[in-house]
Design a protein around this ligand. Structure first.
Ligand code: NAD
Length: 420
């Protein structure tokens, strides 16, 4: 299994990042082994009847990286590229992210290899329900709590909660986060990740000595994270000059109207041909001159092929794993880009998921203002912690953030000892 995971490009990347921080922390081989490998890798098949009456079998995965610090927490992804290696890498990153933020969770991630864009709501519901049924022995509010990720949303979470409630005999709201507010979801959860990305990007823009009024942003991905990051950064006065999604990329040097674009995407299914914008090659869009570049879609989009040509001052990683280790090396050598690493930059999502879980356990509902204000306080503290640690130890921001998270997990494992 070790070899199988390491042969996967995304897991290999997560593993290289881990090893670099483990070297800095001087972790022993024994502690490295215990921290690096996932506790559980669950694979299942999901047979469903499609709308045309034919039966199709999908593959589903859930990886629980560690339960040492609490239940695992992490998203569920529906995407054609999902496989065990990708999910395992994402679970590992979630682990360090929860530890960095001081949340009482381990990291988890799940996914189903399917293309939600070609499936009806009915088919998506069946996949979600059957996947949940297959996962029932392994999930629970004290063991594994899922949330939305690429290709899933609050409706997906409502279906999971419904399957779980049907088997438990009562509603268990803490089984998922990112669920609708009427099902005891949290106010502020939908926009939390994108809000956090923009909030931290704004701090970094300030640190770089750039005025918000003269700042510009480019956003790759206009789903949950990208759209809310674009909307929030524009409230600071920053102009969003280009955006892309799976349908294409659009450019407007005078700035895009993000509220109008969100409505347009709702109506048409993508950003392509948004009135008042011009099309741009999606790869070239990443190289536009801007104050902040926000990759908020896929892994491994900033690579050794384009890192030297980036013209942003801040790279705010909304997506998980958008920058490869080779690209990191180029960015470090350049020294002119302020990088906000994914496990910090997109931690707003899991932080509000934590708030949601706490509200569910307490059977209590906080206001949106309360949620966002608590979120901003926690993100600001984590941001300061990372950049101070990076400065003090002369580390790149990514290595600093990962080291802080990994150390937390390693310390807990050492304190708990080894069973039996
Ligand atoms: P989403 O499904 O809501 O949106 C994904 C967006 O990416 C869509 O606009 C899609 O069209 C676009 N996209 C897909 N392929 C693309 C391509 N080749 N080029 C440009 N755009 C492309 O997903 P999301 O929830 O916004 O997640 C995006 C990223 O953020 C993922 O890496 C996810 O793991 C990460 N993330 C999400 C959350 C969350 O709360 N949703 C939290 C932390 C991290």
């Amino acid at each position: 299994m070790r070899e199988q995971l390491l042969a996967h490009p995304v897991f290999k990347m997560a593993s290289e990042q881990f090893e670099r921080s483990a070297d800095f922390l001087q972790l022993s081989d024994e502690v490295r082994e215990r921290c690096k490998w996932p506790k559980r890798l669950i694979t299942c098949t999901i047979p469903i009847k499609r709308d045309n009456g034919e039966t199709e079998v999908y593959f589903g995965y859930r990886v629980q990286h560690h339960l040492s610090r609490g239940p695992v927490k992490g998203g569920l992804r529906f995407h054609p590229n999902v496989d065990l290696g990708e999910v395992a890498a994402l679970a590992m990153w979630m682990n360090w992210k929860c530890a960095l933020m001081g949340l009482p969770f381990g990291g988890g991630k799940g996914g189903v290899t399917c293309d939600p864009r070609t499936m009806s709501q009915h088919e998506l519901e069946n996949v979600t329900r059957r996947f949940t049924a297959e996962m029932l022995p392994f999930i629970g509010p004290e063991t594994d709590v899922m949330a939305p990720d690429m290709g899933t949303n609050e409706q997906t979470m409502a279906w999971i909660a419904d399957v779980y409630a049907t088997h438990a005999g009562h509603l268990v709201p803490g089984i998922v986060t990112g669920k609708p507010v009427i099902l005891q979801g949290s106010e502020g959860r939908t926009q939390a990740t994108g809000h956090g990305v923009a909030f931290l990007a704004a701090r970094a823009i300030q640190l770089c000595g750039i005025d918000y009024d003269s700042a510009t942003a480019v956003v790759q991905g206009f789903g949950n994270v990208g759209a809310h990051a674009a909307r929030t950064i524009s409230t600071y006065g920053v102009k969003v000059i280009a955006v892309s999604d799976v349908t294409g990329a659009i450019h407007s040097p005078d700035g895009l109207d993000i509220n109008a674009l969100m409505q347009y995407v709702k109506d048409t299914g993508g950003v392509k041909n948004f009135p008042g914008s011009s099309p741009i090659d999606p790869d070239e869009m990443l190289l536009l001159e801007c104050s902040v570049l926000m990759p908020a879609a896929l892994e491994r989009v900033i690579t050794e092929k384009n890192a030297a040509d980036l013209k942003c001052k801040v790279l705010a990683e909304g997506a998980n794993g958008p920058t490869t280790p080779n690209a990191d090396a180029i960015i470090e050598k350049r020294g002119d880009i302020f990088l906000i690493p994914d496990i910090l930059c997109n931690a707003g999502g899991v932080t509000v998921s934590y708030f949601e879980w706490v509200q569910n356990l307490q059977r209590f509902q906080w206001s949106e203002q309360e949620v966002i204000s608590k979120l901003d306080t926690m993100l600001a503290a984590a941001f300061d912690k990372v950049i101070n640690f990076a400065k003090y130890n002369q580390l790149p921001n990514r290595v600093a953030a990962l080291s802080l998270g990994i150390k937390e997990v390693a310390d807990v494992k050492a304190q708990r000892g080894l069973y039996p």
